[in-house]
Design a protein around this ligand. Sequence first.
Ligand code: FES
Ligand code: FES
Length: 160
Amino acid sequence: MAEHAITLTVNGEQRRGRAEARKTLADFLREDLALTGTHLGCEHGVCGACTVLVDGAAVRSCLMFAVQAEGADVVTIEGIGPADGTLGPVQEAFRQAHGLQCGFCTPGFVVSVHAFLQQNPNPTLDEIREGLSGNLCRCTGYQGIIKAVQIAAESMSVKS
Ligand code: FES
Ligand code: FES
């Protein structure tokens, strides 16, 4: 099957590649760019494990074709924290609140929470629950994850 040339920005760097039209953005990131922090759980839009930012919005990369990301600005879990390798506020909050168990869902949660707090920096508990409803944790670590969002919201509001 024919491949298409793709140029996009990933984690601040211009990247080029080639992909068949049917290749998902998730597979392109993992297989072609070796960014395996983006996880694949359900591969049909249910679990949120594959969430990345595309032009600032949280997107399920298993539901988007790589060719649709032509020219886009993509941020994966590898690019969500500071460039010096330290933890960003959402990652640090997950660490503090024990917001992960096996960690499989964590990249998707961290990226989703990042986008959620950009939209709603001071969420109520109900808004946090609603905001997290698109991501599934098979370890059912939801209490720690909710706490992590509260800690992240607090630390981000102190900094701004
Ligand atoms: S792998 Fe994309 S939503 Fe589950
Ligand atoms: S921590 Fe294991 S799936 Fe969420």
